[in-house]
Design a protein around this ligand. Structure first.
Ligand code: NAD
Length: 297
């Protein structure tokens, strides 16, 4: 079997198009422009790239983009004061604090100071609790993107067996909650799971969110299963240079799976598209307007 490639780049462009339509309608009918504020503390090069591309795409879908760049040694009180101002600003509907934060800052404290209604990353404990209890919440962008791709490919996920590899708060745990919400039978595997290959072999849906290059090989995959590869790992090429690979060994998994997301061009582009979708959703909720269809969990 050769797997269908789930084209996250194309799907993300479609989602951004839906967001842009929603933004245009909000402007036209209500004179409202959704706004996304991104806060970056320090000079981390990867974070700078992410923030730049988030800002660019925010503007491309017609939203207002606000960037706050703070020095690496910014005291926590100053960062909290910035967030407090953004919480109170009616032009800002979404707030994202780029992680990781410098070591002297308490990430939990900072994230939990964001107004949950503006927490477009879905990391605030209120949103985590709402998601865990099946209530309306802001859903973390990466798992939301994975869920959208799965729903688009399969239609209903009800009754499917899903294995999520990784138990982080930003990917693994919320992913498992979302799959449970769509009535999958869910297993969360992690670094202490015994005989991981055998666990993964049970799955109709495998979500790999580990951060270990090409760890999941084709012999772990049930024939016809869907593999969603969240991992982003840089490895050396045999003939020099480097390249990005996922947590799945693409060639061997694609030979067995029914469908697979590539790296790059799979989950990655969906994450930013879902950030924009969440900002639109937050803006609609803040204004008591109906939420855009198909852009939330
Ligand atoms: P993390 O380091 O917080 O968590 C990794 C998880 O993998 C842990 O729960 C750990 O228990 C598990 N794990 C580690 N070694 C394992 C092993 N040998 N077997 C089974 N499980 C093991 O990472 P994260 O933030 O969840 O990110 C995971 C990966 O996804 C990383 O490569 C990251 O770069 C990537 N990522 C991609 C996007 C995107 O937009 N595509 C977004 C977030 C994270």
């Amino acid at each position: 079997m050769t797997a269908t490639v789930i084209d996250g780049k194309a799907f993300a462009a479609k989602v951004r198009g839906q967001v842009a339509d929603g933004v245009a309608k909000l402007k036209e009918a209500h004179g409202i422009t959704p706004g996304l504020a991104v806060v970056l503390v320090g000079e981390d090069p990867a974070s700078q790239v992410y923030v730049r591309s988030k800002g660019k795409m925010t503007v491309e879908v017609g939203m207002a983009s606000f960037e706050h760049r703070l020095d690496a040694d910014t005291p926590e009180a100053d960062l909290l004061a910035v967030i407090e101002r953004l919480n109170a600003d009616p032009a800002v509907h979404g707030i994202l604090v780029q992680l990781p934060l410098p070591a002297h800052l308490d990430s939990d404290q900072v994230i939990n100071s964001i107004d949950p209604a503006k927490d477009v990353d879905g990391f605030h404990i209120s949103n985590v609790g709402l998601l865990g209890t099946g209530q309306k919440s802001m859903v973390p962008c990466t798992p939301l993107g994975c869920l959208m791709m799965l729903r688009d490919y399969h239609g209903s996920l009800s009754g499917m067996t899903a294995v999520v590899i990784g138990r982080s708060n930003i990917v693994g745990k919320p992913m498992a909650q979302l799959l449970l919400g769509d009535s999958c039978t869910v297993t969360i595997a992690h670094s202490r799971t015994k005989d991981l290959a055998a666990v993964v072999r049970q799955a109709d849906i495998v979500v790999a969110a580990v951060g270990r290059a090409q760890m999941v090989t084709g012999d772990w995959i049930k024939p016809g299963a869907t593999v969603i590869d969240v991992g982003i790992n840089r490895i050396d090429n045999p003939d020099g240079g480097t390249r990005l690979v996922g947590d799945a060994d693409y060639e061997s998994c694609a030979a067995v799976a029914g469908a697979i997301t590539p790296v790059p061009g799979g989950v990655g582009p969906m994450t930013i598209a879902c950030l924009l979708a969440n900002t639109l959703t937050a803006c609609c909720r803040a204004n008591g307007l109906p939420e855009p269809e198909g852009l939330t969990a």
